[in-house]
Design a protein around this ligand. Structure first.
Ligand code: ZN
Length: 248
């Protein structure tokens, strides 16, 4: 049985811990390490311990890796996507792939593999068309046909889409319950075969929560993507799928 006094002391300590937590939340430092507080015995030691524990928690929060997402449009490609998947698997990295419906239909094994290896699959229309140039009915058909193909292979409906050319129509978002995902870094990988140029553009711009746009239908883009992963991993980035950034 605890004595009343002990219960009182525990109560006081809990109260102090709560107060320190609150102050920490507001970014207020108590200056535990000053000579003045060190001279106060007993009570100060307890507060210092709490402070140390909180500092430890805070530093582990600060150390959380910055997140970044690789996204690939226009696949799957029978020529390039398999090699990209091998490279990503070797590096333990998951990415996001916005598939063109007719390419998905032609490469069901790659679609299956994308899903099985934990990548996020998105919709990039059936024929790679600019949505706003179509009638509402045609636009819906482009997205629904792509979803049908992917869903028949993976068993899952596609929740995210990337509009070709970045042009989107808000009305469709509500009607089809699909979320558009744009990008923040575009190295224009389709305009060059120079791998270093693509890599440099991306790694010089890369920051926390960036979404990188590449295309998995060019060998140069696959080479660049894997080098980008190696460089940014060394810098401490954690690669996540696009939905993880959007939901944050
Ligand atoms: Zn595209």
């Amino acid at each position: 049985m605890m004595k009343k006094k002990e219960i009182h002391v525990i109560g006081v300590l809990c109260g102090m811990f709560f107060a320190v937590c609150l102050l920490n939340l507001f970014g207020i430092s108590l200056g535990f390490e000053t000579d003045e507080t060190a001279r106060n015995a007993g009570e100060t030691t307890t507060v210092k311990d709490v402070g140390d524990a909180l500092a430890c928690v805070n530093s582990s929060i600060e150390k959380e890796a910055p997140k970044i997402a690789l996204t690939f449009d226009d696949g799957p490609s029978s020529q390039c996507t398999g090699r990209l998947l091998d490279g990503l698997r070797k590096r333990g990295v998951r990415a996001t792939f916005f598939l063109i419906g007719k390419n998905a239909k032609a490469n069901p094994d790659l679609v299956k593999r994308l899903d099985e290896e934990g990548h996020l699959i998105g919709n990039h229309t059936y024929n790679h068309v600019e949505i706003t140039r179509l009638s509402d009915e045609e636009a819906k058909r482009e997205l629904m046909d792509t979803d049908d193909v992917i869903c028949s292979i993976t068993g899952k409906h596609v929740e995210y889409m990337r509009p070709p050319f970045g042009v989107w129509q808000d009305e469709l978002e509500k009607e089809l319950d699909v979320m558009p995902v744009l990008w923040s870094i575009d190295p224009l990988d389709w305009t060059t075969k120079n791998v270093s140029e693509i890599v440099n553009k991306v790694v010089t711009e890369a920051g926390e929560n960036d979404i990188i746009l590449l295309h998995d239908c060019y060998d140069s883009s696959v080479d660049a993507a894997l080098r980008i992963v190696d460089i940014l991993k060394k810098r401490g980035f954690e690669f996540v799928t696009a939905d993880e950034l959007i939901m944050d």
